[in-house]
Design a protein. Structure first.
Length: 255
């Protein structure tokens, strides 16, 4: 029987990840992209498969009315803690299924998810559910692993040994992700590519060493970040999209 990503995988992951900012950070790319393309003030926003909800807390701080949804009890606990630490007690936290969202049609202006779609055998079904709860003219942002990256080789090796933390997941090319959004009746507006910094191999090694009592620094110096960003801006976008660890695609529900 093919492996799948199940609730127990996420309960185990979130309960065994005490340093969430270090282990599961996404460098703020989702917030940065949404904020640069959409006026979020007063918008009704839903994060599906919210995990820690840190992106949602930041969007709420920027004036959006934000709802977070996850089915993991451990994630829901973390969401409440993150919301409290951020002072966002108005962050709405909902337990629910991403394939059967507990919201009416046309309920939100923005729906987004990061690190979610790749865990579904039928990703278009999830995107169609996103489409259902979006208002006409509303936006969806989907952020996933990019296929042509060494992370993919590492991940599949661990899955073959039944050692992957999420049980199972896949990955997508930019064109494949865009095609799936169109199949779910979205208009594709924009795409981006991003790499974690420090890279994923360093993060993995750091987590292993933490268990052995060796603590390496997580965050690079501001000078290193500036140098890395300057170098990245010199790379053509089509090359960035084809070589990045993660990609994101922004879609819109036709009015």
């Amino acid at each position: 029987m093919p492996r799948s990503s199940e609730k127990k995988h996420w309960e185990d992951f979130w309960s065994s990840s005490p340093e969430l900012d270090d282990v599961y950070a996404n460098d703020g790319r989702v917030v940065a992209f949404l904020s640069s393309t959409i006026d979020l003030a007063g918008k009704r926003v839903l994060e599906v498969g919210a995990g820690t909800g840190r992106d949602s807390a930041e969007l709420a701080a920027r004036g959006a009315e934000v709802w977070t949804l996850d089915y993991s009890d451990q994630s829901l606990r973390i969401l409440a803690e993150v919301s409290g630490r951020a002072g966002r007690h108005d962050l709405r936290i909902v337990a629910g299924d991403a394939l059967a969202l507990p919201f009416r049609d046309n309920s939100f202006d923005v729906v987004f998810h990061q690190g979610l779609l790749e865990h579904f055998r039928d990703p278009v079904a999830l995107l169609r559910e996103n489409h259902r709860v979006l208002r006409p003219g509303g936006h969806v942002l989907v952020d996933v692993p990019q296929r042509y990256h060494y992370y993919t080789l590492m991940k599949h090796a661990l899955m073959a040994m039944d050692k992957w933390f999420a049980g199972w997941e896949t990955e997508f090319s930019v064109s494949q992700l865009q095609t799936m959004l169109r199949a779910a009746e979205f208009e594709v507006l924009a795409s981006y590519g991003a790499n974690l910094f420090p890279p994923v191999w360093y993060r993995g090694a750091r987590r292993v060493l933490l268990k052995a009592g060796v603590r390496l620094p997580m965050n690079p110096s501001p000078a290193a970040v500036r140098a890395r960003n300057a170098a990245r801006r010199m790379i053509p976008q089509r090359v960035q999209l084809a070589t990045s660890m993660v990609i994101g695609v922004l879609g819109r529900k036709r009015a």
